[in-house]
Each structure stands twice: as C-alpha cells, then as structure tokens.
Design a protein. Structure first.
Length: 274
C-alpha cells in the first residue's frame, strides 16, 4: 500500500506519470485515511463495492482487505496500468472509462446491492452523485470523499448554509450525512481545501410519492433556488399560481432554502394536479 508522498511520487515517476489537474487528481497517500474510509463504508465479505477514480490503488487495497469484492473504475489510461500491476492476484476487476458515460448495467451486471466508495474530484462530484441516484438504483449506499463545501451541500438540510437544489435531489432519493473530515495533508498533490466524507443511503422509496412527476418537481426546485434570495411567490411566479401555495400549505413569502423535499413535493403535486 502506498504509505507516503515520496512512495507515491516514485510510483508515478516509474510509470512516467504525473497528477493531472484536468482530471482533478489528488491521490490519498496516508494508510490510516484509506483504512478509515474502508471502515466508515461498513463493507466486508459478501459486499460488492464500486470504486470510482481508483487512482494509485491505495483505497482499493484497503477495500480488498475488508473481504469485499471490488470493481475499480479509472478514466486515466496510465493509472489503469498502475492498478493492473498493483492489483494482480487480488481479485479486483478494473474498468477503464469515464464514470459519467459508462454503461452501468453492463458494469454492475445482475447485482442489485452495490456500495460506492470513492474519492471524487470536485468538478465531477455533484453531477456524478446526482446521476447515480437518478439512474443507477443498484447502488444502494455511497461513501464519497469530496471537497468539504460539496459534501456539506450534498448533506444539507433546510436552513443550512449549503442547502440548495442538489440537497433536495439527494434527499428525494436518500438520507445523507457528513461522517468525517479529511485534511489536505493526506493528499498528493496537496489541495488547498479540506475534504469531507459523506455517507448516502438510498431510501426504499423516494421521499415524494410516484403521483408527482419527478421532472416537474425538479423544474420547480431549480426555479426556486435559481433566485434563492427572492420569496417563492416571485421566484416561482411563472410556474405556481397564488392559490397553489395555500393549497400546498406553503407560505408564498418563504424562500427556497426553507422548504424540505416533502414541501416541494406537496407544491409540485398541487401544480401538476391543476
């Protein structure tokens, strides 16, 4: 297992590689951190684990050590070579590809209870988590390491500073909580920001019933948060009639960050039921 920044740098140099800023590559170079992530993921023998952005394989090895079956996805062809070398004999399936464009049914097969464990670059973390929640129901749980501000948005609740449209999206599908912080010192290269570990558990059913059209619901949510400083009667004026607020039990003077996912669901149900 990579145990120091020097060893990681040597490994990259031996393969003629360097961290690529365009891919947001910051490799974890602290064994205690990867063991902590594997422990917080609560995986073990019999679990199917998907790791996105496996990098140099330090977290991959920690996940293998739990007894879980690991599929590692990596978009960087050079790092795929590193992973192939390091994971030889460990039973890890390595998939080369961009996680935002993969054929997930082909990757995950018939398994319906996968756990995602990943160190996600800041530039893809939010859309990737949202896409997996929307389109990959086989992923039942996630433990993702992301930039702290991103993590706080994913897990935010009404009234929190980070609460926004993506918070509602996560709450629609799942429960989420920040379960740990990770300092910049454990990465190579060292980022300028702190990271957060976010645990996401998919609900048995979405928080809003099937009678509410999901696309219509999130059209309202995006409109509300698109002008979050305005009262809802103004930010949603083009979509919601004044009587709709009363019918849904929503104050028209409220702002978007005051509404939980169930509130948005009631409002969408009234609007769609006109």
């Amino acid at each position: 297992m990579t145990t120091s920044p020097r060893e990681a740098a040597d490994l990259l140099a031996r393969h003629g590689l360097a961290p690529r800023r365009s891919l947001g590559q910051n490799f974890v170079v602290d064994p205690n951190t990867v063991r902590r992530i594997a422990r917080l993921a609560q995986v073990g023998a019999g679990d199917q684990v998907l790791e996105i952005g496996a990098g140099l394989g330090a977290l991959t090895e920690a996940l293998v050590a739990t007894g879980a079956t690991v599929t590692a996805v990596e978009v960087d062809r050079g790092l795929v070579g590193v992973l192939t070398e390091r994971m030889a004999g460990l039973g890890v399936r390595i998939v080369e590809g961009d996680a935002r464009r993969l054929d997930w049914p082909a990757v995950l097969g018939d398994g319906d209870r996968w756990v995602l464990v990943a160190n996600l670059p800041y530039n893809v973390a939010t859309p990737l988590v949202a896409d997996l929640l929307d389109f990959v129901p086989a992923i039942q749980r996630m433990l993702v390491m992301v930039q702290r501000e991103v993590g706080e948005r994913l897990a935010a609740r009404p009234g929190d500073d980070g609460y926004g449209a993506v918070s509602v999206k996560v709450a629609y599908w799942a429960t989420a909580a920040v379960v740990g912080r990770v300092p910049p010192t454990v990465f190579l290269p060292r980022p300028k920001v702190e990271s957060a570990l976010v645990a996401i558990t998919r609900r048995p059913e979405p928080a809003v019933g099937p009678e509410v059209d999901r696309d219509g619901l999130f059209t309202l949510v995006r409109a509300g948060f698109g002008q979050r400083r305005k009262m809802l009667r103004r930010s949603l004026a083009a979509l919601v009639a004044p009587a709709d607020f009363e019918a849904a039990g929503i104050r028209p003077e409220a702002r978007a960050e005051e509404l939980g996912v169930e509130d948005w669901g009631r409002l969408a149900a009234v609007v769609q039921g006109r």
